[in-house]
Design a protein around this ligand. Sequence first.
Ligand code: UD1
Ligand code: UDP
Length: 365
Amino acid sequence: MSTIMCVVGARPNFIKIAPIMAALQVYSSITVKLTHTGQHYDAMLSDVFFHDLGLREPDVRLGVGSGSAVTQVAQIMTSFERACEEERPDAVLVVGDVNSSLACALTSVKLGVKLIHVEAGLRSHDRQMPEEINRVLIDAVSDLLFCTEESAVKALITEGRPKEKIYLVGNVMIDSLLQNLPRARESKILEELGVTPHSYAVATLHRPGAVDSPERFAEILNALETIQRDLPLIMPLHPRTRKNIYAFHFEERLAQMSNLRVLEPLGYLDFLQLNSNARVVLTDSGGLQEETTALHVPCITVRENTERPITVDVGSNQLAGLSCQGILDAYHRVQTEQFSNRAVPPLWDGHAATRIAKIIADFLG
Ligand code: UD1
Ligand code: UDP
């Protein structure tokens, strides 16, 4: 009998872990446990996902909350060490690239516990991004590396990771999406917002590179201002972004955009219904670049780079940069070119977690 400790902390983690835990539970030789670090704690960034995805109550709650990256990582490491000493896992499984994933990865390797990384090898090659540092460090110490796309496999091999640790398995974010789309279709969010399919745009922003600098944030708002004159724009606000709107005194600017609806963050099912019916999505989110690709919804990525190049190569994603003109050019292409018939990447078929669970079960013997 082996015990795997799965780790979640921030919004995208819940969506990725749900199908993995379900697939692992099929194996009677594996006990699956769950730690929530508490990096995200607002009900609409955490609890709602447990409800929407049918995730069970965590076995361990570290309750670390917000703080500087150093404080957050340090506090998670000390608390997670205690949790591992009590729970004695044979392996720790982390997903994605948030601070919680890094902190638990480092703790696990320091304790000599096997480490599994799901969504390994993604590289923006931009060391200004906190997530890029997290990704590189987690991958350097992982025993099993599960990749969503071929570029990730190549990056890991270039970095000298042994081939036998690397598996191209597909995308657990898309497992969740395909599993939950029928339930999302029951959401009444479109009626509540008074919009009809393909007649509105959705925007989400939360990267420090986009919203922590008043100049850059203002530049993006210039583009959103023009776009909302053309198409109703719905924007569920991440708390980092909301905080900065007040800090930079942008409330008045937003209030003057008469076709912009600013909302609290939405739950998974409501948001899936909303983004899957959008005419276009503007975002700096990693997960949304993938979801729009699987849904064939045109996506404008408000960033200079992406660690998910396959979404641009075969999917419906455009890398627009952070300038107002770059975003508006990409928006113009959405109006004039065909993005909705682009392909879905190989293995993004809803069965990534099943493949991952089988490999883990063999690995743990
Ligand atoms: C984190 C991840 C990012 C991920 C994002 C998903 C890191 C380095 N960043 O960014 O990769 O894309 O989550 O959404 O791990 N806050 C609240 N309530 C909460 C949580 C946060 O109000 O429940 C506020 C706090 O003021 C906090 C700020 O949001 O300081 C930022 O939170 P944090 O978890 O540090 O980073 P995110 O921007 O959420
Ligand atoms: N999401 C959500 N509600 C929202 C905004 C996003 O459920 O109001 C979902 C989105 O569909 C995706 C995930 O949150 O599944 C992405 O999380 P986020 O953008 O916060 O993080 P990233 O993927 O950039 O790390």
